[in-house]
Structures are given as C-alpha cells and as structure tokens.
Design a protein around this ligand. Structure first.
Ligand code: GAP
Length: 453
C-alpha cells in the first residue's frame, strides 16, 4: 500500500532527515522548507534525471542558469506585474486572508464567518530592495518563474552556440511566490525549485511540438517509476496571460489529481514582449509601448528565404519539490511480512535512491568485522555509484529497517564468515525482495557498478 496521507510522508521526511521546517526553532516560517542530508540527495537525483533526459540524451537543448533577481522591467514586459495575482478575500471577523477560489459555501475556512470582503487582486511576486537607499525606487523582484531568464538570453544562447530552430533552453533553480495559502508540505510553498525548458520553434509548428512535448514529459514521469494510471493530462480552462494553450500533467495524490508539471504553448508572447519597439501586447488594456528593451529577440531563418521572425515557444515547467513529493509518495510502501510484522519501504528507482549502498557490520564490538566494514566502504566510495555509507547505529535488523525506509537498494553485511573464510565474502541484501546472497568482496565493486549502471 502506498502513502495514504501527506502526514505519513511528512513524518518520514522529518524522522529520517529528508525535509525540515525552515526556521523551526523560532516557530517556523510558513511556506519554506529545508532539505536535510537525504533530501538533498534525492532532490539532486531527480534534478539529474531531468537534466540527463532533457540535455544529455538529446542534442537540441542547452543549459542556462540565471540570477534570482532581475530588472523590474523584465516583469513589467513579461506581464507579471499587471496580471500575476490571486483573488484575495479578508475575513472581517478573524482577519484571515483567503484565496477567493479556496472559499467554499461563502464561508471563512478558519472561523466559518460569512462576513468576507469582496475579492481583490493580490500580487504574488516578492520584492526586495537593491542598493543602500531604501526609498522604494530601487527595487527588484525575486523571480516567480525561471522562464523569463531563458527568454532574455535567447539571443545570447543562439549566437554563442550557433543553434538553428528548433532548439531549447533548460534551466532549474529557485522561484519565489508570495502564495496566500501555502499548503500541503512542499506542494505549495513560497520558495520552491522549478525545472523548466523553453523550446523555440518556427511559428506554425508550435501545436505539433506542444503535443510532442506533452508525450515526452509524461513518459519521463513513467520512467521515474510513476504508474501510468496515476497520471493524466488536464487542459487549462483558464489560461495564464502568456499561454495560447496549456495542459497540466496531474498525479493522483491522496486528495485527488493535482498539477505537477505544465506544458504551455506561449507562442511569441514573451520574446515579443521583450523585443525592442514591439507594442503588440496589450495586457488587460494596460497598453505597454515596449520601447525599453534594446534588443530584437528574433531569428534569421536561412532555410526559409532569410526571413526574420520571432520564434514561438513551447514550455515544459516542472516543480522539483512537487516531483520530490510525488516520487516519495508513490514509492512509500507499507508491507505486511509473512511473519506478521510490517515494514515501511521506499521503493524508489535505484537511480533516485539517496543512499545506494549501506555497509553494515554485524558486531560493532568486533574490531576485525569493523575494520573489514570500513575497508569495504572506503573501497566503494570512488566507484562512482553514488552515496555509500557505513551503518553501525544499531543491530542488523534495525539497520535493514532504517535503510528500507530511506530506500537504500542494497545492504552489505559483514559477519563472522566474512572474516573467517577465504576468499572473503559478505551478504548482499536486496531492498525490494529482501533476498540475500553471498558475494566475494573482491567482486563487489564490479557487481555494484553493473547494478547501478
Ligand atoms: N513558467 C511557467 C510556470 O511557472 P506554473 O504552472 O506557474 O508555470 C510550473 O509553474 C510548476 O511549478 C507547477 O506545475 C508546479 O509543479 C510548480 N509550482 C508552481 N507554484 C509552486 C509553489 N508555490 N510551490 C511549489 N511548486 C510550485
């Protein structure tokens, strides 16, 4: 049985060092979290799996890393300054602030009062002051999406790599949104990580690419271990200001299907808006003469009569923290064992597992066993398989339970036979089957390299 509630996951994350509440000893800061020793490993492995699929296993995508801070005009011309808001109501009785679309039956979810203000737009972008003077005039926004940096650098990447359309730019990193009601652990935070890709195409081919990218991204989730029947596409009924058409990949959480990734056809909205002397975008009749930009974000198509045009963009936008929740929830398994006991096992795919191998000495007070366990661990550290650790914090049974819970695919146990027999052998225990086999110490490194390849 997989996780049936977010509470089960939160408890495991805290107990085993995946995720902690940020600023916990001061009561916590809502909507922010810290990743612990195992959490950063899992998050890195998810990010790497995404990067490998998007950049290394294709030949049409480049990487980029942009600043979290950007000129406030970026967010004026992207349309965020005038449209990136949620409708907010105040409860006049308990003073709670509530997203209007989260109000059911016209009642405050905190106190039940019906005395609520009319909805008003609440800006989701966070502002910070830049420089020594704090007079409100020198500010920057913390980016609410990574995408804009990829648009601003379109020309830089195009010229420096000599790319031809179609090609993409991948970027992952932190984004910030002043969410009115952060909720569901990492699902909706105020600071979170995105993994986004902007694919630049010839106008008119965008719908074809949008359909292709929907399928490529769905398959990625399946490749990470998510069953097909727990994923679905949901087309947007209400489109974001930049989108021509958009769909979400949704996962079936305990509370129902919910968004984990968006695939958007943004056409030339963003490149056009940031292009010198373009004024075609009239966001909410707040006509913007786009004369502040110094650059034309256009493309000279040598294969089509040297025409110059602004490319269209198909975007794939995944939340890494949401991916973290999905992959942990789906891997979380409660199993009834034949002897009547229960075990929790995190059946993560092995490329995602935070710890690849645990080396467990059977007796902590036996110097020979301890030495062999240390030697084996040291010999495996540089094999390139990932995190290998010595586990000597309890008896073997407890060690297995701990590593089942954190998803370690293999445990190596050093016992009396290991130090007494020649050639030396150890026990190798498989997380999922719990089967054990003996293997020669001399053959371990090659076996593990092969297993984790
Ligand atoms: N560049 C397009 C864009 O940002 P989005 O649908 O607003 O689109 C993309 O965000 C993904 O980022 C979402 O599918 C979700 O996985 C993640 N995301 C958005 N807001 C989030 C939040 N407050 N906390 C955690 N993840 C979030």
């Amino acid at each position: 049985m997989s996780a049936t509630s977010m509470e089960q996951l939160v408890s495991l994350c805290k107990r085993r060092g995946f995720v902690f509440q940020d600023s916990e000893i001061y009561g916590g800061l809502k909507g922010t979290y810290d990743f612990g020793p195992l959490g950063i490993e899992l998050k890195k492995n998810i990010r790497d799996a995404w990067w490998r699929a998007m950049v290394y296993e294709r030949d049409d995508i480049e990487g980029l890393e942009c600043s979290h801070l950007s000129h406030h005009l970026v967010w004026k011309y992207s349309g965020h300054e005038s449209t990136f808001s949620d409708p907010l109501c105040d409860c006049k009785k308990c003073k709670a602030r509530i997203r209007a679309d989260h109000i059911q039956d016209g009642k405050c979810p905190e106190c039940g009062s019906t005395d609520l203000t009319e909805p008003r737009p609440f800006m989701l972008m966070m502002k910070t002051n830049i420089g020594p003077v704090d007079d409100g005039s020198s500010f920057a926004y913390l980016r609410p999406e990574t995408a804009q940096g990829s648009y601003l650098n379109f020309k830089n990447v195009l010229v420096s790599t000599a790319r031809k359309l179609p090609f993409g730019i991948c970027q992952h990193g932190k984004s910030f949104r002043n969410e009115i009601t952060p909720r569901n652990f990492l699902f909706r935070q105020r600071e979170f990580e995105q993994a986004e890709m902007q694919y630049f195409v010839k106008p008119g081919t965008d719908i074809e690419w949008w359909n292709k990218w929907k399928e490529i991204r769905r398959q990625w989730w399946i490749d990470q271990g998510i069953p097909e029947n727990k994923l679905r596409f949901k087309d947007h009924e209400q489109l974001a200001h930049y989108a021509k058409c958009a769909t979400d990949i949704e996962y079936e959480f305990p509370w129902g299907f919910d968004e984990v990734e968006g695939i958007h056809d943004r056409q030339d909205f963003d490149l056009g808006s940031h292009t010198k002397n373009q004024s075609k975008f009239d966001i909410q009749a707040n006509v913007m003469k786009n004369t502040d930009s110094t650059t034309e974000l256009s493309y000279l198509d040598v294969f089509d009569g040297n025409k110059t045009y602004i490319p269209y963009v198909v975007e794939t936008a995944m939340g890494l923290d949401r991916a973290f929740v999905v992959l942990m929830m789906d891997a979380f398994t409660q199993e009834q064992l034949p002897n009547g006991t229960e075990r929790i096992v995190l059946k993560l795919k092995k490329h995602l597992a935070p710890v690849k191998v645990a080396v467990i000495p059977l007796k902590r007070n036996n110097p020979e066993i301890m030495k062999m366990a240390h030697d084996i661990k040291d010999s495996l550290l540089k094999t390139g398989i990932g995190r290998v650790m010595l586990e000597d914090s309890g008896n073997v049974g407890k060690a297995y339970r701990r590593h089942d819970e954190i998803g370690t695919p293999l445990c190596i146990t050093v016992d009396f036979d290991s130090i007494e027999q020649s050639p030396a052998t150890v026990t190798l225990r498989n997380r999922d089957t719990m089967e054990q086999e003996r293997i020669e110490v001399a053959k371990l490194a090659d076996y593990l390299k092969d297993f984790f390849r």
